[in-house]
Design a protein around this ligand. Structure first.
Ligand code: TZD
Ligand code: CA
Length: 528
């Protein structure tokens, strides 16, 4: 007889999924039993870390990543990470073990009560098969649901007694199924869009994370060069969709309504590709767009299109549409754009270091194709100004702003892209949400470099307290953590950098090693 276990593993194999990111419990052991030799298991010590690693891996490979969590408690621990994965359209197949069917109704210990409701609303689809025979079919649905546009996390709860049962012989139909999206522009839509672009006097491009996810950065370069249009990155950016040293690049849009409206003033047409319109943050009321500015957004996500407060939207394949526009848009009859001046260098030889110095040092020493993960919240704008990020897939940030993403995601990205070095720039506050990531990086020798920006405080919240004009707020400082000792406790090499010279030395040492390293830098806070 062929078991549900054997059939499901064969399905995963045929669908190209052979890595399991997990943290196991008793409900999951029957699934993990006789773990096939051609599969690999990556153990994370907390479920937020497990989903964070899988999220980084899924984003960097562009393929679905498989996660196995423990029942309700494991799922609950993963919810913060799931909020980021939901917002970044990360194709995650999150499975969780359920109690044995005979004991779900009596709610034995480790029953996942109303399992399918637990991860909502942060999943596209959530399911528990009605019978053991349905498990391979449900897994097949999960894979295709996660992978189809708009991609995103799905959830599957499987009672642990299902794995040993006999599979439906017709499950073999599922093994090699391919389900693909086709979502280019119709001739009419293309003609209309080209006409709008050609007749615009002063168009501007605003690019979002799904450009990078669609591997369409180069198409956007061509499009910007042919339109001779400036390029902004959409606010609260989770990825980098355009080379930051390109002459047309203007920077990261700030995340306020009025500020964006004013910044885009004077442009008669705003073309947004691959971003929600917009992911605002601080409340900055005002005009979404100045009078005389029109906006058209191209997105893979109908929910994004529907909820935008202004402009028209086209729901389709962002990569295909960017490629089509780049190939067809005529060369504009306007002067070429000039690059913005480089930011002023900051002279400082002793510490604590200004964040500008950290980024300038990184930019000078790190490989040009380094991949950056950012969770140093008060220094994001400086990072975008001072780091050259030229290639596809060079930057990742928590798409929902949920901290605890960048450390594990850095490990997932490094696992997906061993040929490029991953550098995670992490605030001392943010580092604590997923600190156990260090253990996984050490145990699997995943050579991510973690740079801890230690200013002793939740700097972004100090800034926000000023924006909101609130005073005497408790809980904003995090003094007294020795990150080198913490890293060493997890078995990781760790270096302290108290001034620029020490940072340079530490970076050279870390880059020479094929192993994970943590560098703790004393930095000045945002208020000096
Ligand atoms: N908890 C979670 C899971 N996500 C969050 N975004 C926050 C809390 C709130 N939060 C921010 O939005 S920024 C921030 C917190 C606590 C401070 C992070 O401090 P840091 O970086 O040391 O990492 P900076 O540069 O000092 O701000
Ligand atoms: Ca900090």
């Amino acid at each position: 007889m062929t078991t549900v276990h054997a059939t499901t593993y064969e399905l995963l194999r045929q669908q190209g999924i052979t890595t399991v990111f997990g943290n196991p419990g008793s409900n999951e052991l029957p699934f993990l039993k006789d773990f096939p030799a051609d599969f690999r298991y990556i153990l994370g010590l907390h479920e937020g870390v497990v989903v964070g690693i899988a999220d980084g891996y899924a984003q960097a490979t562009g393929a679905p990543a498989f996660v196995n969590l423990h029942s309700a408690a494991g799922t609950g621990n993963a919810m913060g990470a799931l909020s980021n994965a939901w917002n970044s359209h990360s194709p995650l197949i999150i499975t969780a073990g359920q109690q044995t069917r005979a004991m779900v109704g009596i709610e034995a210990l480790l029953t996942n009560v109303e399992a399918t409701n637990l991860p909502r609303p942060l999943v596209k689809w959530s399911y528990e098969p009605a019978s053991a025979q349905e498990v391979p079919h449900a897994m097949s649905r999960a894979i295709h649901m996660a992978s189809m546009a708009p991609r995103g996390p799905v959830y599957l709860s499987v009672p642990y007694d299902d794995w040993a049962k006999e599979a439906d012989p017709q499950s073999t139909h599922l093994l090699k199924r391919q389900v693909v999206n086709a979502g280019g522009l119709s001739d009419d839509l293309l003609a209309d869009l080209l006409e709008q672009l050609a007749s615009a006097r002063n168009p501007v491009l605003v690019l979002g994370p799904d450009v990078d996810a669609a591997q369409a950065n180069e198409h956007c370069v061509t499009l910007a060069e042919r339109l001779k249009a400036p390029v902004w990155v959409a606010p609260s950016a989770p990825r980098c969709p355009f080379p930051t040293r390109h002459p047309n690049f203007r920077g990261l849009l700030p995340a306020g309504i009025a500020t964006i409206g004013k910044l885009l003033e004077g442009h008669d047409l705003v073309l947004v590709l691959g971003a929600p319109v917009f992911r605002y943050h601080q409340y900055d009321p005002g005009q979404y767009l100045a009078a005389g500015t029109r906006l058209i957004a191209v997105t893979c996500d109908p929910l994004e299109a529907a909820r935008a407060p202004m402009g028209d939207a086209i729901v389709g394949d962002v990569g295909l549409i960017a490629a089509t526009l780049a190939a067809h848009v005529p060369l504009a009859d306007r002067p070429e754009l000039k690059a913005l001046p480089a930011p002023e260098p900051v002279e400082q030889s002793d510490g604590p270091l200004r964040p500008e110095v950290v980024f300038d040092t990184l930019d000078e020493i790190a490989p040009k194709d380094a991949i950056y993960l950012n969770e140093s919240t008060s220094t994001t704008a400086l990072m975008w100004q001072r780091l050259g990020m030229q290639q596809q897939g060079s930057y990742y940030f928590a798409a929902a702003g949920g901290l605890g993403f960048a450390m594990p995601a850095a490990v997932g990205v490094q696992l997906a892209q061993p040929e490029r070095r991953v550098i995670a720039v992490i605030g001392d506050g943010s580092a604590n949400y997923s600190i156990t990531t260090l253990w996984t990086a050490v145990q699997y020798n995943i050579p991510t470099i973690f740079i801890i920006m230690n200013n002793g405080t939740y700097g972004a919240l100090r800034w926000f307290a000023g924006v909101l004009e609130v005073e005497n707020v408790p809980g904003l400082d995090v003094p007294g953590i020795d990150f080198c000792k913490v890293a060493q406790g997890y078995g990781m090499r760790a270096l302290k950098a108290n001034d620029r010279g020490q940072l340079e030395d530490a970076l050279h040492q870390a880059l020479a090693l094929n192993a994970p390293v943590l560098i703790e830098v004393s930095t000045l806070g945002p208020l000096g």
